[in-house]
Design a protein around this ligand. Structure first.
Ligand SMILES: C[S@@+](CC[C@H](N)C(=O)[O-])C[C@H]1O[C@@H](n2cnc3c(N)ncnc32)[C@H](O)[C@@H]1O
Ligand SMILES: [Zn+2]
Length: 373
């Protein structure tokens, strides 16, 4: 295997040569490495620098870059695992190359490894869906669980049948599908935890380009699980107009749209609670200045957006609302000012540049979009 030296953050490591002329170069090498996921890795490196677990396992290491960076840049003891022989050989080579002495390398199926051993922080970074690995990861994780999903089409409702099979949840492929995808994955992970009387508290969860990323705190015991369960429910979406509402509970209850009286469509079950720990995000924003990361500017923007995002499920694309009203859209600043002037909270959101979160009733929001007095 031809090897090339790469660098992310402060870590140098080898990656396999890729066919740069291919539509998806990472898919052309014997061991997977996707440069576009540096942003995802940077987010986790910075977060771990704040939460400081006693031990971290990169369960699906490939080149090992994620675990190597955490061992080197955060100086946290790490285990890096992969079931693929070629990957494990490269991980071992990379450990030698970096000279790290706080890394253990294992070659195992992730479900087998996590069923037999507990780790303080468990990270799942599979190809596509993490659904088959969540159960063992929850049993293994002492304090933190991190999950990447790249199967955004099933999660967001574009591949509806696959999404229902994997996550046992009804998606809807509409303008806020990226948020539905994130909340659907979170709802699924939570349901897998509840059966063990384990509660989960979202620390920093976001959707970005082609992936969804969860960073969760694990709390054992029935009271913690009950608190977590209370955030499960549905988004009820009107199929005829932009109106939607949240409904907490295990089963969806039939409702009609309060504006056009059409029966609402339930999306879920999914997570309706907060997606972030505000104090953690504040600390990450403070720390990012002193921490050399390749994507720090982009990450700082994401952290600020997530920190300030209103915790209500289902954003509006206000350009779509303006088109529907046959008006040209105002600037984001003007729109937010107008909603605030009507005495309702409103914020940008991290999913979409023209996305708005608000608790304002639909007629008020449309009034603000149109700029009507
Ligand atoms: C998307 S790649 C991981 C990328 C890596 N974490 C990074 O940041 O570059 C997925 C890796 O998981 C490994 N893998 C897939 N299924 C596995 C399983 N059941 N047990 C252990 N490793 C597995 C594959 O061999 C592959 O190397
Ligand atoms: Zn309606």
């Amino acid at each position: 295997m031809e090897l090339i030296e790469a660098i992310e953050g402060r870590t140098r490591f080898f990656i396999p040569g890729q066919d740069e002329n291919s539509a998806f170069p990472p898919g052309t090498a014997p061991v997977f490495y996707n440069r576009r996921m540096e942003f995802n890795r940077d987010a986790t490196v910075l977060l771990l620098q704040v939460i400081r677990p006693d031990h971290y396992i990169d369960t699906m290491g490939a080149t090992g870059v994620r675990g190597l960076r955490i061992a080197h840049e955060c100086e946290i003891p790490v285990t890096i695992n992969d079931r693929d022989e070629c990957a494990v050989n490269l991980i071992r080579k990379n450990v030698l190359h970096t000279g790290l002495n706080n890394v253990t390398v294992t070659k195992s199926d992730v479900n087998v490894l996590l069923s037999g051993q507990r780790f303080d922080a468990v990270d799942l970074d599979p190809f596509g869906t993490p659904a088959p690995f969540i159960d063992s990861a929850i049993r293994s994780a002492r304090r933190f669980l991190m999950v990447t999903a790249t199967d955004t089409a099933p999660l967001c409702g574009a591949h509806k049948k696959a999404g229902i099979r994997r996550y046992f949840s009804q998606p809807l492929n509409n303008e806020y599908h990226s948020e539905t995808g994130l909340r659907t994955l979170l709802g699924f992970v939570v349901r897998e935890a509840l059966k063990y009387d384990i509660g989960l508290i979202p620390q920093f969860c976001f959707a970005h380009e082609h992936f969804v990323r969860l960073h969760l705190q694990v709390r054992r015991g029935a009271p913690a699980a009950e608190r977590t369960l209370s955030s499960i429910g549905y988004i009820l979406q009107c199929p005829k107009c932009p109106s939607r509402s949240e409904q907490h509970g295990l089963l969806p209850r039939a409702e009609v749209c309060e504006y056009c009286h059409t029966p609402l469509i339930p999306i879920g079950p999914l997570w309706l609670g907060a997606l972030q720990s505000e104090t953690l995000l504040d600390t990450m924003v403070e720390m990012i200045e002193q921490f050399p990361l390749g994507t720090s500017r982009q990450l700082a923007t994401l952290l600020t957006l997530c920190r300030n995002e209103l915790s209500v499920a289902g954003f509006y694309d206000y350009h779509q609302l303006a088109r529907r009203e046959k008006r040209s859209p105002p600037s984001m600043e003007d729109l937010l000012d107008r909603i605030h002037a009507l005495d309702f909270p409103a914020t940008r959101c991290h999913y979409l540049g023209t996305g708005v979160k608000t608790t304002a009733p639909l007629p008020m929001l449309l009034q603000a979009v149109k700029g009507d007095p």
